[in-house]
Design a protein around this ligand. Structure first.
Ligand code: KPL
Length: 316
């Protein structure tokens, strides 16, 4: 059981990962509040009678307090953002008047660029970023299936923060959530590196699975997708090198192949978004690489082509 922090973690973005966190924290005795989009989502929450998490054989039900911006909490000290990267400002700014001056904001999302945008909007905010290999998918509103236990790395993002100083509210969570529903959390002193590594993998896999409408494993040795994946790897590594990001130990192509093998039957998050008619994270993934590449005059032609192809097929 964790040492109880006196202030709740407010969670905005209660999809698969947000629900997993809300469930795990609640069952470990950490106070949680949900920040919901609107009355309609609050009705869905009441109808669902809480968050239902199926973690392997066991169903966990959690009923944290829920707020909307019409009836907000008095003050927010700890804010966890689990929405898609493109929705970050909409997930944070409605609560800006409730944010304590020294509030901690943790972004747990795929893609990059949203932390920078949030820092521009709230220059004094203490922003931390997290990246995770946890797997979960949303069966319905507040109804989530755990697909795999991974690891979550957290580190400081804002320039004014010292990357070796772990805030007590985060420290309380590290290595303390190991009972089911488990979250394995670790602090990282240079979170940019794992964020880039995750971004790199997402950038070479996700869009191609959506374009070819296939499970992850089908990309391996696919006659047209595989050469494109190889080109994306080379382009991504060039941008990472210019950004000064340490390369992956096994290289991006080998790492991607291994992940494709391990998740061969899974549908990538972007394919799932595309099939469900939801907006995709393409701008925060491939779009971010193109944007950073442009700073070094790298054309990133393969990434531009996947963006173009994806826009023809999916809502983006
Ligand atoms: O992280 C993923 C996703 O679906 O978003 C995979 C496919 C495992 C790697 O890009």
């Amino acid at each position: 059981m964790t040492r109880l922090s006196s202030y709740p973690w407010h969670i905005s973005g209660v999809g698969a990962i947000g629900s997993l966190w809300a469930s795990s924290l609640t069952h470990h005795g950490v106070p949680v509040s949900l920040l919901l989009r609107d009355e309609q989502q609050l009705d869905q929450y009441h109808t669902a009678a809480g968050i239902h998490l199926l973690d392997y054989e066991q169903t966990w039900v959690a009923t944290p307090q829920a707020f909307t911006s019409a009836k907000p909490p008095k003050v927010i000290h700890h804010l966890l953002i689990c929405c898609k990267a493109y929705a970050t400002l909409d997930a944070v700014l409605p609560w800006r008047n409730q944010l304590a001056d020294n509030a901690i904001i943790v972004l747990l999302q795929n893609g990059m660029g949203s932390a920078q945008a949030l820092q521009m909007a709230l220059p004094k905010a203490n922003i931390y970023c997290a990246t995770s290999t946890d797997g979960a998918w949303r069966k319905g509103p507040f109804n989530v299936i755990r697909a795999g236990v991974g690891q979550t790395l957290i580190g400081s993002f804002s320039d004014h923060l010292n990357n070796t100083v772990i805030p007590p509210a985060i420290h309380d969570l590290l290595d303390h959530l190991e009972q089911p529903p488990t979250l394995k959390l670790a602090w990282h002193t240079d979170i940019r590196v794992p964020l880039w590594h995750k971004l790199a993998i997402n950038s070479v896999i996700n869009a191609l699975t959506a374009i070819y409408q296939c499970a992850n494993g089908a990309l391996i040795d696919h006659p047209s997708a595989w050469p494109r994946l190889q080109q994306l790897c080379a382009e991504t590594q060039d941008v990472m090198a210019k950004e000064g990001v340490v390369p992956m130990g096994q290289g991006l192509l080998n790492t991607s192949r291994r992940i494709l093998q391990q998740t061969a039957n899974n549908k990538s998050s972007m394919l799932q978004d595309c099939l469900a008619g939801r907006a995709t994270e393409i701008d925060a993934i491939n779009g971010y690489i193109i944007q950073q590449g442009a700073l070094y005059l790298l054309p990133c032609a393969g990434h531009k082509q996947v963006c173009e192809d994806l826009r023809r097929i999916c809502a983006t």
